[in-house]
Design a protein around this ligand. Structure first.
Ligand code: NAP
Ligand code: GLV
Length: 306
């Protein structure tokens, strides 16, 4: 069995070494144009050339949860695209969202600014019930985030394509219920995959439908947000601010207004990092299961795009 590793913007060597140790019977190599034919590929944002040159690939294992960079390529019908299933990411997302939510709700950003001026100033406690948290996407990551936010006793809502039942979470499903979900949400968390159905879903209409004083925690893909719609909604006072981890262009250009807006916090697409050890163990386990003819989880459905 041969496994090709092709990781745009990441060094392949530690992955080749780790996969080789986990699958000693395989031949694992870093892909380059003209490389020998492989049975499986381990990829991040692969070029079309890899797919065109490797027509016999059975599995393409993405080293992330989001497969949008793969699904925009021309893929042969028999190729299974497999995303990472958690692999240590959901706890990171839970940390990130709880941090951003609590920093905003408890006004720690305001206290930090006051403290820098040497000022001892109390602020009136806010009502938790006035900060319903709505999570777009109740998949592997969204459900874990919903459970983490519940621990802090915020009202929690969720929106997904198909209907979910999650204890204590007010669940909405499908485009027809998006409006109801948004008008009942104050802090909006985006954990959707980027597909034709979700591109541009955060825009002046949807963000404008949030409760007044709304707050955006945007951690899925840059393509979800119509960026030029955000600052006018904040400056008009409809939104209180945003924490943004993903952008239309990454790295976020130095001159972008998001960097300097006082009510926007920017992080560099790191809300949940791929953990190499966990990811290699998961991918190797799935390759072995496929060899035994067993079904695996995390297989992308091409018609859904995630
Ligand atoms: P997942 O398990 O596939 O969950 C996706 C959720 O979105 C599901 O609940 C799905 O509904 C829902 N959904 C998809 N299309 C929808 C639509 N058109 N309308 C309403 N709901 C829709 O994915 P995941 O593992 O939780 O990851 C989510 C995304 O997070 C990834 O795709 C990636 O873009 C992003 N991510 C970002 C980072 C980062 O560091 N910033 C790290 C990891 C992942 P159903 O349940 O009905 O299918
Ligand atoms: C990171 O953005 C991922 O999709 O895992």
């Amino acid at each position: 069995m041969r496994i090709a590793v092709c990781l745009t913007d990441n060094k392949p060597e530690p992955w080749v070494e780790g996969l080789q140790a986990a699958l000693p019977e395989a031949e694992v190599f870093a892909w380059s144009p003209g490389a020998p034919q492989a049975d499986h590929a381990v990829v991040w944002a692969p070029p079309q050339q890899l797919i065109d040159e490797q027509p016999q690939l059975k599995g393409m294992f993405n080293i992330g949860a989001g497969v949008d960079a793969i699904m925009k390529l021309r893929l042969p019908p028999g190729l299974q695209v497999v995303r990472l299933d958690d692999a240590g990411m959901s706890v990171q997302m839970a940390e990130y969202v709880c941090h951003a939510l609590i920093r905003h709700f408890r006004e720690f950003d305001v206290y930090e600014a006051e403290a820098r001026q040497g000022r001892w100033v109390y602020r009136k406690p806010l009502e938790r019930a006035d900060f319903p948290v709505g999570i777009m996407g109740l998949g592997v990551l969204g459900e874990r985030v919903a459970r983490a936010v519940q621990q802090f006793e915020f009202p929690v809502l969720g929106w997904s394509r198909t209907r979910k039942e999650i204890d204590g979470v007010r669940c909405f499903a499908g485009e027809a219920r998006l409006g109801d979900f948004l008008v009942n949400t104050r802090v909006l968390v985006n954990l959707l995959p980027l597909t034709d159905a979700t591109r541009g879903i955060l825009n002046k209409t949807t963000l404008g439908a949030l409760k007044r004083g709304g707050y955006l925690i945007h951690i899925a893909r840059g393509g979800h947000l119509v960026e030029e719609d955000l600052i006018p909604l904040i400056d008009s006072g409809h939104l209180a601010g945003a924490t943004l981890d993903v952008f239309q262009q990454e790295p976020l250009p130095g001159e972008h207004a998001f960097w300097r807006h006082p009510k926007i916090t920017v992080t560099p697409h790191g809300s949940a990092r791929t953990l190499r050890r966990e990811s290699i163990a998961q991918i190797a386990g799935k390759i072995r299961a496929l060899q035994r003819g067993e079904a695996i989880t995390g297989v992308v459905e091409p018609e859904r795009g995630y």
